[in-house]
Design a protein around this ligand. Sequence first.
Ligand code: SF4
Length: 203
Amino acid sequence: MFTVTDLKQLVYCPRLVFYAYCWPGVRVAPTAKMVLGREANDAAEAREHRRGLRAYGLREGRREFDLWLESASLNLCGKLDMLIITPGASGDELIPVDYKDSLPEAYRGQRIPAVVRHNWAVQLTAYAMLVEEAYGRPVRRGFVYYIPARRAREVVFDEALRQEVRDSLRRIAAMVAAEQQPPPTPHRRQCAACEYRRLCNDV
Ligand code: SF4
């Protein structure tokens, strides 16, 4: 099975997914900065679990954390940070939430971007599709929660996002089957901080 993280990485740079599946012997050792970042993220997530639902504009709801989801029909799996189950007009509404611990430099304090980064929206849509299959109910919207600002931005799961999830999964499967290295990302600024840079001789 592919993972929801693969979908996010595919949008960021297809080579990240290629290296993970086609060069499995290559392991990039995490830097001290990465390890510290993960530890800080785990601590921040634990704190967010104790907060209420105000950031999502909801008055009531039950929450499930770190929910493992998988679908044989989508050939996809992943761990969702939080699922809110809240009463709606036609029964319980299911709302997936993905935590993000970073904000672009331009955003400080309480400000958050007006639009969720595209690869994050694709990632959240994939979680929504997994939730739909697991619970047998449609999922209309979800939230990206920006931990540094303690604010959330809504994502509506339209057909274009859902189709992108399906197309991306097909693209990953074809890439892995062919074992063909894709071209580098056109956004070369990303390469400066990429942990796989030593494997890319053409950037
Ligand atoms: S160095 Fe650049 S092209 Fe290579 S994997 Fe990283 S982001 Fe992609």
